[in-house]
Design a binder for this molecule. Structure first.
Ligand code: FE2
Ligand code: FE2
Length: 170
């Protein structure tokens, strides 16, 4: 049941439409329209899936779950868009982004702050803690835990889809 529910949300995230999904776009559409966020399409995130697609899926999934539980879905959708806001290919070896898994939430906070001209404490915490439990300090908010779950679920789905495509020779 829960797996189907998650999969349905994930699949929906691949076909987001500003008219049909107007509530989601009311929350995060301004961020998705920025050049900074759109530029994430040039970076591979997982296998052949680019970072723009990844952040849209994570944001939508976390938005849908927090909305379902009566939580702060607007902040969650916005933090979801910006949780991996860094402008480099993390697969490339480079001293500037050594220990990427631990450090990129901090890079994303800095870039999100620049993008928004400042960040409220909750949005910052959601972005900064999204790699928990790899980074040991847990999120402060329920929405942060949901963002962690959405991020891991989407990453898993992305790797699975790429694996299936490879097997199918696509
Ligand atoms: Fe991340
Ligand atoms: Fe992510």
């Amino acid at each position: 049941m829960i797996f189907e529910y998650f999969r349905d949300i994930y699949e929906h995230s691949l076909h987001l439409n500003p008219e049909k999904d107007s509530d989601f776009y009311d929350c995060a559409g301004d961020l998705l329209a920025t050049d900074e966020v759109k530029s994430l399409a040039q970076f591979v995130q997982h296998d052949t899936i680019n970072r723009l697609r990844h952040i849209k899926s994570v944001s939508y999934m976390a938005y849908a779950l927090t909305k379902h539980y009566g939580l702060d879905y607007r902040t969650t959708a916005r933090a979801g868009v910006m949780h991996d806001l860094f402008y480099y290919d993390w697969h490339e070896k480079h001293g500037g982004h050594r220990l990427h898994g631990y450090r990129h939430p901090g890079f994303a906070v800095k870039n999100a702050r620049e993008l928004c001209g400042g960040l409220d404490e909750k949005t910052e915490n959601l972005i900064r803690r999204h790699m928990w439990p790899l980074t040991p300090t847990p999120p402060k908010y329920k929405e942060g835990f949901i963002l962690c779950v959405a991020d891991k679920y989407c990453a898993g789905m992305e790797l699975l889809i790429c694996q299936k495509n490879k097997k199918a020779g696509k």
